[in-house]
Design a protein around this ligand. Sequence first.
Ligand SMILES: C[S@@+](CC[C@H](N)C(=O)[O-])C[C@H]1O[C@@H](n2cnc3c(N)ncnc32)[C@H](O)[C@@H]1O
Length: 222
Amino acid sequence: MSTDPPTLYGVGLGPGDPELVTRRAEEVIRSVPVVMVPFVGASSRAARVVRELDPEAVIVGYPAPMTRDEREREKAYREAARIAEELLEEHGRVAVCNLGDITLYSTFWHLVDRLRLDVRVSLVPGVPAGLLCAARVERPLVMGDERLLVCTREPPERLLDGVGAVILYKPTERGIRLLLERGFRVYLCRSLGFPEEEVRRVREPERPGYLCTVIALREGEG
Ligand SMILES: C[S@@+](CC[C@H](N)C(=O)[O-])C[C@H]1O[C@@H](n2cnc3c(N)ncnc32)[C@H](O)[C@@H]1O
Protein backbone atom coordinates (compact mmCIF):
# COMPACT_ATOMS: atom_id res chain seq x y z
CA MET A 1 0.00 0.00 0.00
CA SER A 2 1.32 3.46 -0.95
CA THR A 3 2.23 5.79 1.90
CA ASP A 4 2.58 8.82 -0.38
CA PRO A 5 0.69 11.85 0.92
CA PRO A 6 -2.38 12.86 -1.09
CA THR A 7 -1.90 15.45 -3.84
CA LEU A 8 -3.64 18.79 -3.84
CA TYR A 9 -3.40 20.60 -7.18
CA GLY A 10 -3.74 24.38 -7.24
CA VAL A 11 -4.91 25.14 -10.75
CA GLY A 12 -5.07 28.60 -12.33
CA LEU A 13 -7.96 28.57 -14.80
CA GLY A 14 -7.21 31.87 -16.53
CA PRO A 15 -9.77 34.69 -16.42
CA GLY A 16 -12.76 32.75 -17.76
CA ASP A 17 -12.41 32.03 -21.46
CA PRO A 18 -11.92 28.23 -21.74
CA GLU A 19 -9.58 28.86 -24.68
CA LEU A 20 -7.18 30.57 -22.29
CA VAL A 21 -6.92 27.55 -20.02
CA THR A 22 -3.53 25.85 -20.35
CA ARG A 23 -3.29 22.31 -21.63
CA ARG A 24 -1.73 21.30 -18.33
CA ALA A 25 -4.69 22.72 -16.37
CA GLU A 26 -7.17 20.89 -18.58
CA GLU A 27 -5.21 17.65 -18.21
CA VAL A 28 -5.25 17.92 -14.39
CA ILE A 29 -8.98 18.77 -14.32
CA ARG A 30 -9.80 15.78 -16.50
CA SER A 31 -7.61 13.40 -14.51
CA VAL A 32 -8.63 14.09 -10.90
CA PRO A 33 -11.67 12.41 -9.30
CA VAL A 34 -12.94 15.69 -7.87
CA VAL A 35 -12.51 19.43 -8.49
CA MET A 36 -13.06 22.11 -5.86
CA VAL A 37 -14.10 25.66 -6.81
CA PRO A 38 -14.87 28.78 -4.77
CA PHE A 39 -18.50 29.83 -4.49
CA VAL A 40 -19.21 33.53 -4.13
CA GLY A 41 -22.77 33.64 -2.85
CA ALA A 42 -24.72 31.11 -4.85
CA SER A 43 -22.56 31.06 -7.96
CA SER A 44 -19.13 30.12 -9.15
CA ARG A 45 -17.48 31.47 -12.30
CA ALA A 46 -14.73 28.91 -11.85
CA ALA A 47 -17.35 26.14 -11.93
CA ARG A 48 -18.62 27.50 -15.25
CA VAL A 49 -15.14 27.20 -16.76
CA VAL A 50 -14.51 23.71 -15.35
CA ARG A 51 -17.88 22.53 -16.62
CA GLU A 52 -17.06 23.72 -20.14
CA LEU A 53 -13.74 21.90 -20.08
CA ASP A 54 -15.13 18.69 -18.65
CA PRO A 55 -18.91 18.26 -18.51
CA GLU A 56 -18.38 15.07 -16.48
CA ALA A 57 -16.26 16.70 -13.77
CA VAL A 58 -17.37 16.16 -10.18
CA ILE A 59 -17.38 19.71 -8.79
CA VAL A 60 -17.53 20.53 -5.08
CA GLY A 61 -17.90 24.15 -3.95
CA TYR A 62 -16.21 25.82 -1.02
CA PRO A 63 -17.18 29.14 0.58
CA ALA A 64 -15.28 32.23 -0.57
CA PRO A 65 -16.94 35.13 1.23
CA MET A 66 -16.66 38.66 -0.19
CA THR A 67 -16.82 40.13 3.31
CA ARG A 68 -13.90 41.83 5.07
CA ASP A 69 -15.17 40.56 8.44
CA GLU A 70 -12.23 38.55 9.78
CA ARG A 71 -14.32 36.13 11.83
CA GLU A 72 -16.58 35.30 8.93
CA ARG A 73 -13.61 34.84 6.61
CA GLU A 74 -11.79 32.58 9.06
CA LYS A 75 -14.89 30.43 9.45
CA ALA A 76 -15.19 30.08 5.67
CA TYR A 77 -11.50 29.24 5.17
CA ARG A 78 -11.63 26.56 7.88
CA GLU A 79 -14.70 25.08 6.25
CA ALA A 80 -12.90 25.08 2.86
CA ALA A 81 -9.92 23.27 4.44
CA ARG A 82 -12.24 20.76 6.10
CA ILE A 83 -13.93 19.95 2.77
CA ALA A 84 -10.54 19.57 1.07
CA GLU A 85 -9.26 17.22 3.80
CA GLU A 86 -12.31 15.03 3.52
CA LEU A 87 -11.99 14.81 -0.26
CA LEU A 88 -8.23 14.21 -0.13
CA GLU A 89 -8.65 11.38 2.36
CA GLU A 90 -11.32 9.79 0.20
CA HIS A 91 -9.84 10.33 -3.27
CA GLY A 92 -6.09 10.93 -2.86
CA ARG A 93 -6.02 13.58 -5.61
CA VAL A 94 -8.01 16.80 -5.61
CA ALA A 95 -7.74 19.93 -7.78
CA VAL A 96 -8.68 23.35 -6.45
CA CYS A 97 -9.42 25.63 -9.40
CA ASN A 98 -9.29 29.42 -9.11
CA LEU A 99 -9.68 32.10 -11.78
CA GLY A 100 -6.54 33.70 -13.22
CA ASP A 101 -3.20 32.57 -11.89
CA ILE A 102 -3.06 30.49 -8.72
CA THR A 103 -0.29 32.54 -7.06
CA LEU A 104 -2.10 35.90 -7.36
CA TYR A 105 -4.63 36.69 -4.63
CA SER A 106 -6.14 33.20 -4.82
CA THR A 107 -8.43 31.77 -2.14
CA PHE A 108 -6.57 28.47 -2.65
CA TRP A 109 -3.87 29.63 -0.20
CA HIS A 110 -6.30 30.33 2.63
CA LEU A 111 -7.37 26.72 2.32
CA VAL A 112 -3.81 25.33 2.11
CA ASP A 113 -2.71 27.30 5.19
CA ARG A 114 -5.44 25.66 7.27
CA LEU A 115 -4.93 22.05 6.23
CA ARG A 116 -3.98 19.72 9.06
CA LEU A 117 -3.23 16.90 6.68
CA ASP A 118 0.18 16.16 5.19
CA VAL A 119 -0.28 16.84 1.47
CA ARG A 120 1.82 17.32 -1.63
CA VAL A 121 0.91 20.61 -3.28
CA SER A 122 1.34 20.84 -7.04
CA LEU A 123 0.73 24.15 -8.84
CA VAL A 124 -0.48 24.84 -12.37
CA PRO A 125 -0.13 28.50 -13.39
CA GLY A 126 -2.81 30.33 -15.33
CA VAL A 127 -3.24 33.56 -17.33
CA PRO A 128 -3.79 36.36 -14.79
CA ALA A 129 -6.89 38.55 -15.36
CA GLY A 130 -4.68 41.67 -15.42
CA LEU A 131 -2.79 40.38 -18.43
CA LEU A 132 -5.99 39.71 -20.36
CA CYS A 133 -7.01 43.32 -19.54
CA ALA A 134 -3.81 44.55 -21.19
CA ALA A 135 -4.42 42.36 -24.22
CA ARG A 136 -7.95 43.74 -24.55
CA VAL A 137 -6.65 47.32 -24.40
CA GLU A 138 -4.03 46.33 -26.97
CA ARG A 139 -1.17 48.19 -25.29
CA PRO A 140 1.98 46.98 -23.52
CA LEU A 141 1.85 47.34 -19.77
CA VAL A 142 5.53 48.20 -19.39
CA MET A 143 8.61 48.48 -21.57
CA GLY A 144 12.33 48.85 -20.95
CA ASP A 145 13.00 49.80 -17.32
CA GLU A 146 9.42 50.85 -16.52
CA ARG A 147 7.88 49.41 -13.40
CA LEU A 148 4.60 47.54 -13.05
CA LEU A 149 2.61 47.78 -9.82
CA VAL A 150 0.18 44.96 -9.03
CA CYS A 151 -2.10 45.55 -6.05
CA THR A 152 -5.66 45.36 -4.77
CA ARG A 153 -8.34 47.97 -3.96
CA GLU A 154 -6.28 51.21 -3.91
CA PRO A 155 -2.68 51.67 -5.00
CA PRO A 156 -0.54 53.06 -2.17
CA GLU A 157 0.08 56.67 -3.29
CA ARG A 158 3.75 56.65 -2.38
CA LEU A 159 4.36 53.71 -4.74
CA LEU A 160 2.91 55.43 -7.80
CA ASP A 161 5.94 57.62 -8.52
CA GLY A 162 7.96 56.14 -11.32
CA VAL A 163 5.39 53.45 -12.08
CA GLY A 164 4.62 52.82 -15.75
CA ALA A 165 1.42 50.85 -15.28
CA VAL A 166 -0.84 49.52 -12.54
CA ILE A 167 -2.92 46.37 -12.40
CA LEU A 168 -5.57 46.90 -9.75
CA TYR A 169 -7.49 43.84 -8.64
CA LYS A 170 -10.76 44.21 -6.68
CA PRO A 171 -10.69 47.93 -7.48
CA THR A 172 -12.50 50.53 -5.38
CA GLU A 173 -13.91 53.89 -6.45
CA ARG A 174 -11.16 55.57 -4.40
CA GLY A 175 -8.54 53.58 -6.22
CA ILE A 176 -9.90 54.66 -9.60
CA ARG A 177 -10.06 58.30 -8.46
CA LEU A 178 -6.45 58.21 -7.33
CA LEU A 179 -5.23 56.79 -10.62
CA LEU A 180 -7.15 59.41 -12.62
CA GLU A 181 -5.83 62.19 -10.39
CA ARG A 182 -2.30 60.94 -10.91
CA GLY A 183 -2.71 61.23 -14.67
CA PHE A 184 -3.10 57.57 -15.64
CA ARG A 185 -5.30 56.37 -18.48
CA VAL A 186 -7.69 54.04 -16.71
CA TYR A 187 -9.55 51.06 -18.15
CA LEU A 188 -12.19 49.03 -16.37
CA CYS A 189 -12.41 45.38 -17.41
CA ARG A 190 -15.41 43.39 -16.21
CA SER A 191 -16.04 39.64 -16.45
CA LEU A 192 -13.26 39.11 -18.96
CA GLY A 193 -13.54 35.95 -20.96
CA PHE A 194 -17.21 35.47 -20.07
CA PRO A 195 -20.06 36.30 -22.48
CA GLU A 196 -20.94 39.41 -20.42
CA GLU A 197 -17.40 40.83 -20.78
CA GLU A 198 -17.05 44.61 -20.83
CA VAL A 199 -13.90 46.72 -21.36
CA ARG A 200 -13.99 50.51 -21.40
CA ARG A 201 -11.98 53.62 -20.63
CA VAL A 202 -13.01 55.38 -17.42
CA ARG A 203 -12.74 59.18 -17.16
CA GLU A 204 -14.62 59.73 -13.89
CA PRO A 205 -14.35 57.77 -10.63
CA GLU A 206 -17.04 55.12 -10.35
CA ARG A 207 -17.93 52.19 -8.17
CA PRO A 208 -16.89 49.03 -9.98
CA GLY A 209 -19.14 46.00 -9.71
CA TYR A 210 -18.23 42.35 -9.22
CA LEU A 211 -15.32 40.71 -11.07
CA CYS A 212 -13.66 43.90 -12.28
CA THR A 213 -9.99 44.60 -12.81
CA VAL A 214 -8.55 48.01 -13.61
CA ILE A 215 -5.44 48.66 -15.60
CA ALA A 216 -3.89 52.09 -15.61
CA LEU A 217 -1.34 53.23 -18.15
CA ARG A 218 0.74 56.38 -18.24
CA GLU A 219 -1.11 59.09 -20.20
CA GLY A 220 0.38 59.85 -23.59
CA GLU A 221 1.30 56.29 -24.56
CA GLY A 222 -0.61 54.97 -27.53
C1 LIG B 1 -9.39 36.59 -5.77
S1 LIG B 1 -8.74 37.64 -7.01
C2 LIG B 1 -8.09 36.47 -8.14
C3 LIG B 1 -7.03 36.99 -9.10
C4 LIG B 1 -6.60 35.90 -10.08
N1 LIG B 1 -5.94 34.84 -9.35
C5 LIG B 1 -5.71 36.38 -11.23
O1 LIG B 1 -4.57 35.91 -11.34
O2 LIG B 1 -6.18 37.16 -12.06
C6 LIG B 1 -10.26 38.12 -7.74
C7 LIG B 1 -10.08 39.34 -8.59
O3 LIG B 1 -9.47 38.96 -9.83
C8 LIG B 1 -9.94 39.75 -10.87
N2 LIG B 1 -10.54 38.89 -11.89
C9 LIG B 1 -10.54 37.54 -11.89
N3 LIG B 1 -11.13 37.07 -12.99
C10 LIG B 1 -11.53 38.16 -13.70
C11 LIG B 1 -12.21 38.32 -14.93
N4 LIG B 1 -12.62 37.27 -15.64
N5 LIG B 1 -12.46 39.58 -15.37
C12 LIG B 1 -12.05 40.65 -14.66
N6 LIG B 1 -11.41 40.55 -13.49
C13 LIG B 1 -11.15 39.32 -13.01
C14 LIG B 1 -10.94 40.75 -10.24
O4 LIG B 1 -10.22 41.92 -9.87
C15 LIG B 1 -11.38 40.00 -9.00
O5 LIG B 1 -11.87 40.87 -8.00
